[in-house]
Write a protein that binds this ligand. Structure first.
Ligand SMILES: Nc1ncnc2c1ncn2[C@@H]1O[C@H](COP(=O)(O)OP(=O)(O)O)[C@@H](O)[C@H]1O
Ligand SMILES: [Mg+2]
Length: 346
C-alpha cells in the first residue's frame, strides 16, 4: 500500500518536473507538502525563492486521481498525466489564479501569484506561519477575519462567476454547488428553517467558497487567504462553514474563546450588512451543517486517508453531524453559536 502511494506521488512529482522543464523553469528541492489535502501542493525553490506549486486534475480531489492511478496502473496513469489538458476543460487552477488576483486587487492579502503553467499548475509565493484551523479565535483574529469577510463579500462578482444556486421548495433544499460533483439535497426541512434561509436568497454575494481555518494563514501579524473557490451564493455559506467547523473540530479547551470570537464576528458582520445577528448565526449553523452532512452522508471511500487528517477528523464526528442535522434542519431547533458551543461542552 505505502509503495503504491510512493509511486503515485513520484509520478505527480515527475509531472511537475517535466512541466517546469518544458518551460525552462529551474527548480530545486521539489517535495510534496504534507499539509495539502485535496489538491497536489508541492514546495520548491525557483531562482532561490521559496515557491509553492499547486495542481489539480479533472476538477476533482487527489483521491480521485489516486483511484485512477490504481485502476490504470503506473504506466497508464503517467500517460494520462502527459496528455492531461488536451481534452479536459476543468481548469480549476486557472479559476483559482483569477480569484487570488481578484481578492488581492480588492485589498485581501493572498499569496502572490508567481506564474501559471498551462493547463493546471499554479505557482505561488510561499507564506510563513500557520493555518488557523487549530488556533483559538481571539478578539484580534475575530475582528480581522470579519473585516476580510466583509471585503470579500463586497466584491462585485466578475462576469461569468459560478453560482451556488439554492432552491427551496416544500421542505426541500437543493443546492447546486460548483465545488461538489453531486447536488446537495436536504428533504423534510422544518418550515422555520426554510423560511429563515429563504429570507437571504436575495442577499447573494461573491463568496470565498471554501472559507475555513486551514485556508487561512496567519504569520503572527498578517492574515492571508488561500484556496478560494469563487462563486456567488448566500453569505451564510462562508460564515457557516467557518463557524460550524471551528466549533465541531476545534480544540475543546478553546471552546470558550471560539464562542466569544465567533459571536463577536457574527455581531460585527451582521451590523455591517444590516442583518439580524441571531438569525445570521442560526442560518449559518444550518448551512454549515448542511454542507458537512453532504460531505459525510456517503460511506468513506477506500483510501480516503490520502486526503489528510481533516477529512478523517470529520468522519470521526459523522454521528454527531448527522444528529445535529436532524435536530436543526428537520426538527427546526435552530442553533445559535452559543447553543452549538454549549451542546459541544456537554
Ligand atoms: N502559498 C503558500 N504558502 C505556504 N503554505 C501553503 C501555501 N499554499 C498552500 N499552503 C499549504 O498547503 C495547504 C493546502 O493548500 P491549499 O491551497 O489549501 O490546497 P487544497 O486545495 O489542497 O486545500 C494549506 O493548508 C497550507 O498549509
Ligand atoms: Mg485548502
Amino acid at each position: 500500500m505505502q509503495t503504491h502511494r510512493k509511486i503515485f506521488f513520484d509520478l505527480i512529482q515527475n509531472y511537475f518536473t517535466n512541466m517546469l522543464d518544458k518551460h525552462s523553469i529551474p527548480v530545486q528541492g521539489l517535495r510534496h507538502i504534507n499539509a495539502s489535502h485535496v489538491n497536489f501542493v508541492f514546495e520548491c525553490k525557483i531562482n532561490h525563492k521559496d515557491i509553492i506549486l499547486k495542481a489539480n486534475f479533472y476538477g476533482r480531489s487527489m483521491l480521485f486521481a489516486y483511484e485512477k492511478f490504481l485502476d490504470d496502473g503506473a504506466l497508464g496513469f503517467s500517460a494520462r498525466l502527459r496528455e492531461y489538458g488536451e481534452d479536459d476543460d476543468k481548469f480549476e487552477m486557472l479559476l483559482e489564479k483569477q480569484a487570488l488576483n481578484l481578492l488581492a486587487e480588492n485589498g485581501v492579502r493572498t499569496p502572490p501569484v508567481k506564474g501559471f503553467i498551462y493547463p493546471n499548475i499554479l505557482l505561488l509565493e510561499k507564506l510563513y506561519g500557520n493555518t488557523l484551523d487549530k488556533e483559538p479565535l481571539n478578539e484580534l483574529l475575530s475582528n480581522r477575519l470579519t473585516s476580510i469577510l466583509v471585503l470579500i463579500h463586497s466584491i462585485p462578482p466578475p462576469l461569468g462567476c459560478r453560482k451556488r444556486e439554492i432552491e427551496i421548495r416544500d421542505g426541500v433544499i437543493v443546492i447546486k454547488d460548483p465545488n461538489f460533483e453531486r447536488i446537495l439535497l436536504f428533504d423534510r426541512v422544518a418550515k422555520n428553517v426554510t423560511t429563515a434561509i429563504s429570507s437571504y436568497t436575495n442577499r447573494q454575494c461573491f463568496l470565498h467558497g471554501d472559507f475555513k481555518g486551514n485556508n487561512i494563514f496567519f504569520d503572527g501579524e498578517k492574515i492571508s487567504i488561500l484556496d478560494p473557490k469563487p462563486c456567488v451564493g448566500i453569505p451564510h455559506t462562508d460564515l457557516g462553514k467557518f463557524g460550524t467547523r471551528l466549533i465541531l473540530t476545534g480544540r475543546r479547551k478553546d471552546l470558550p474563546t471560539i464562542k466569544h470570537g465567533l459571536e463577536l464576528m457574527f455581531r460585527q458582520y451582521s451590523q455591517t450588512f444590516g442583518f439580524d445577528a441571531r438569525e445570521t448565526e442560526e442560518v449559518s449553523v444550518a448551512m454549515g451543517l448542511m454542507e458537512l452532512n453532504h460531505l459525510l452522508e456517503q460511506r468513506a471511500r477506500a483510501n480516503i486517508d490520502i486526503l489528510g487528517h481533516e477529512i478523517l477528523e470529520l468522519y470521526e464526528i459523522k454521528p454527531l453531524v448527522l444528529y445535529l442535522s436532524e435536530l436543526v434542519l428537520r426538527r427546526g431547533e435552530m442553533m445559535t453559536i452559543e447553543k452549538l458551543c454549549s451542546f459541544m461542552e456537554r
